[in-house]
Design a protein. Structure first.
Length: 150
């Protein structure tokens, strides 16, 4: 008998099984949350053809906002190297996101932290912070045995 087989509980074919499934439901829609973030990247003024341009630096920052959820001032330098914008442009773009309530800015004298607004973006926050969405437990149902939690 192999060691891995020793530790496994023996399953009996005659006993019924209970499957416990946990499901997460959201009141919000991820498409609306993404649309809100992209609309926050629009400029304030129209050009001579009456088109509204998007801020390219803000569009480039969207994956970092979703992936990191919290961007610190110390992270700005590494982000600037990756997306090839200056640190000043990135800070101004993060401040624009904060002005449009996508991010919440907490600042001290030397450090600033931009966090994703959890109240407006609950699905994006959950998906970026939590990795396991469903966990299934299979336990044999036994008669006359006290319940146990694993």
């Amino acid at each position: 008998m192999m060691y891995s087989e020793i530790r496994k509980p023996k399953l009996q074919k005659d006993l019924p099984y209970a499957i416990v499934s946990i499901e997460f439901l959201f009141n919000s829609d991820i498409a609306n949350e993404m649309k809100t973030i992209i609309c926050a990247c629009k400029g304030d003024r129209q050009d001579r053809f009456e088109h509204v341009k998007f801020w390219k630096c803000m569009l480039e920052l969207i994956p970092y906002i979703i992936h990191m959820v919290e961007i610190k001032r110390s992270d700005v330098k590494s982000i600037a190297k990756q997306i090839r914008f200056s640190e000043d442009q990135i800070v101004r773009s993060l401040d624009r996101f904060a002005a449009k309530n996508v991010l919440i800015k907490n600042s001290s004298r030397f450090n600033s932290v931009w966090k994703l607004n959890i109240e407006l973006f609950p699905v994006l926050y959950f998906l970026s912070k939590q990795k396991k969405l469903e966990h299934i437990v299979r336990l044999p149902l036994t008669i006359n045995e006290p319940p146990s939690i694993y």
